[in-house]
Design a protein around this ligand. Structure first.
Ligand SMILES: Cc1cc2nc3c(=O)[nH]c(=O)nc-3n(C[C@H](O)[C@H](O)[C@H](O)COP(=O)(O)O)c2cc1C
Length: 186
């Protein structure tokens, strides 16, 4: 029996794998805005998952898939941080969402609140990737927040760990507050 009504555990999925990723930095800046008592960590598993294959999605699941689904199931909310690759979200993120979306109807992702952020080098601030991420997550059964936050010209958007654009920083903080106030999945 628990009286928990809103998320206390946030799993973070970052769509860029490169070491100096601006999306990874945006994810860390967002995590820093979470209130005390919220446990958040960036998953390393999206990079280790095989390509989604329905033939693999049976009794004898690849270990990375089992571990990833367990990790998603242990979270109350997701934070998805996406770059824009050729006008959409990158394959590594889409693949992770595809694995987390099954078994259909009883997937760990079902009903889970999700915040979507996106950083891109162009001033369009990953708008298409964010829109696509929201659509994909909704179809996958999750519950994305109505608004997303974009960071444009992202390679010059940080002073150390801090976002230089105050408006973006405030929007990220507000989104994090909203995420952890959402009702839990039923
Ligand atoms: C394959 C590829 C496709 C890209 N396509 C886009 C794009 O459609 N729109 C955009 O704004 N930036 C695009 N970019 C540039 C990314 O926004 C930029 O590399 C960004 O820094 C990636 O995020 P990261 O810093 O987290 O790795 C693309 C980069 C790559 C490698």
């Amino acid at each position: 029996m628990t009286d928990q009504t809103s998320p206390t555990t946030v799993l973070v999925l970052v769509g860029s794998l490169r070491v100096d990723s601006s999306n990874r930095r945006l994810a860390e800046a967002a995590i820093a805005q979470l209130p005390p008592g919220i446990d958040a960590h960036v998953s390393v598993l999206p990079a280790l998952l095989p390509h989604y294959d329905q033939d693999l999605d049976g009794e004898d699941l690849p270990e990375a898939v089992t571990t990833f689904r367990t990790e998603v199931a242990a979270a109350d909310a997701l934070l998805v941080v996406t770059p824009e690759f050729n006008g959409s979200l990158p394959g590594v993120l889409k693949n992770a969402i595809d694995w987390a979306s099954r078994p259909r109807g009883e997937a760990a992702l079902e009903g889970m609140p999700v915040a979507v952020l996106g950083a891109a080098a162009s001033p369009r601030a990953a708008q298409w990737a964010r829109e696509d991420a929201v659509r994909v997550l909704t179809i996958a059964g999750a519950r994305p927040l109505e608004t997303t936050v974009g960071l444009g010209s992202s390679l010059a958007a940080f002073d150390g760990a801090d976002l230089t654009d105050r408006e973006v920083a405030e929007a990220v903080a507000a989104t994090m507050r909203r995420l952890v106030s959402e009702p839990l999945a039923a």
